[in-house]
Design a protein around this ligand. Structure first.
Ligand code: ADP
Length: 270
């Protein structure tokens, strides 16, 4: 890397025509490396739940005359299967997002509705950790985007805020309109993120504390998905965090509130 590698290919098209193809090999090689790393990481990550399931199956077979042990191992198998299904879903989501240019199915959306649905989808972790998730800010904000992708992005941020905070914590989801953008901030008072890790947490499978991520059902792909959803919507995600004090993740998207209001709906005369 660092040096620009250029490949020039000359093809004879006929007696007087020459086609010169120049491509930037550095970029080609970089994309190839990223793809190869992804495949290696994915295989590694899949091995963990698959290995656990195989061991648990052996344990069940060995404990056939102990119903209590069978129940215990079966419930662990159930948990590992859910982890495996989540991981596969996120890998598919991420590879779709990486290959898509922009938003495939744009709609005019209420941010309030996106936030509420995202919170509903974090129900199991919120209940398990006794968290309190509250919504604040401007209720009538609108954006243009893909509903499913935006709900997934906000859900991932709320899931993390709850997972990386002490039990019984409060998480605030605040919606604001600032300088042409709609901002959805997810604010927690949890463990925080060391400064040295801040620019790496959006990488695929990067975790500050792998044991904690695993214990809360993390896949290591959540923030990478958020970053790609933001980029595909012409937006960005930014983070502010202090260890021991908490974190704020802000998803910033182009604000469509006024544009939507100015194209007034047709009034049907009575
Ligand atoms: P994971 O599935 O491990 O949560 P993510 O991609 O969602 O994967 O996040 C990457 C890492 O960033 C996490 O493992 C965690 O270390 C850190 N992280 C993400 N959100 C928070 C948060 N709200 N508070 C503290 N750490 C966080």
């Amino acid at each position: 890397r660092g040096t620009l590698g250029v490949l020039a290919r000359v093809s004879w098209l006929g007696a007087h025509h020459v086609l010169l193809l120049v491509e930037d090999r550095t970029e080609v090689r970089r994309v190839e490396e990223v793809r190869r790393d992804f495949v290696v990481n994915v295989s590694h990550e899949l091995k963990t739940p698959v290995g656990a399931l195989s061991l648990l199956a052996e344990a069940v077979a060995g404990a056939a005359d102990d119903p209590e042990a069978v129940r215990h191992f079966a419930s662990q198998m159930q948990r590992e299967s859910v982890r495996l299904a989540d991981l596969v879903k996120e890998i598919i989501d991420l590879s779709r997002l990486q290959s898509a240019q922009g938003v495939v199915q744009p709609e005019l959306l209420d941010v309030d509705g996106i936030v509420r649905e995202a919170i509903e989808r974090t129900g199991s972790v919120v209940r398990a950790r006794g968290a309190d998730v509250v919504v604040a800010g401007e209720r009538r904000t609108r954006v243009v985007g893909d509903r499913e992708l935006l709900v997934t992005a906000v859900r991932n941020l709320v899931h993390n805020a709850v997972a990386y905070s002490p039990e019984g914590s409060r998480v605030v989801v605040e919606v604001r309109r600032v300088g042409g953008n709609a901002e959805i901030s997810v604010i927690d008072r949890g463990v925080g993120i060391p400064a040295a890790d801040l620019d790496r947490i959006f990488e695929r499978f990067y975790r500050v504390d792998p044991a904690r991520s695993r214990s809360t059902g993390g896949t290591g792909l959540g923030l990478s998905i958020v970053k790609h959803v933001a980029a595909n919507h012409g937006g960005e995600v930014v983070v502010w965090s202090v260890v021991g004090e908490g974190s704020t993740f802000t998803l910033r998207l182009p604000d469509a509130t006024e544009a939507a209001a100015s194209s007034a709906p047709l009034r049907v005369p009575a």
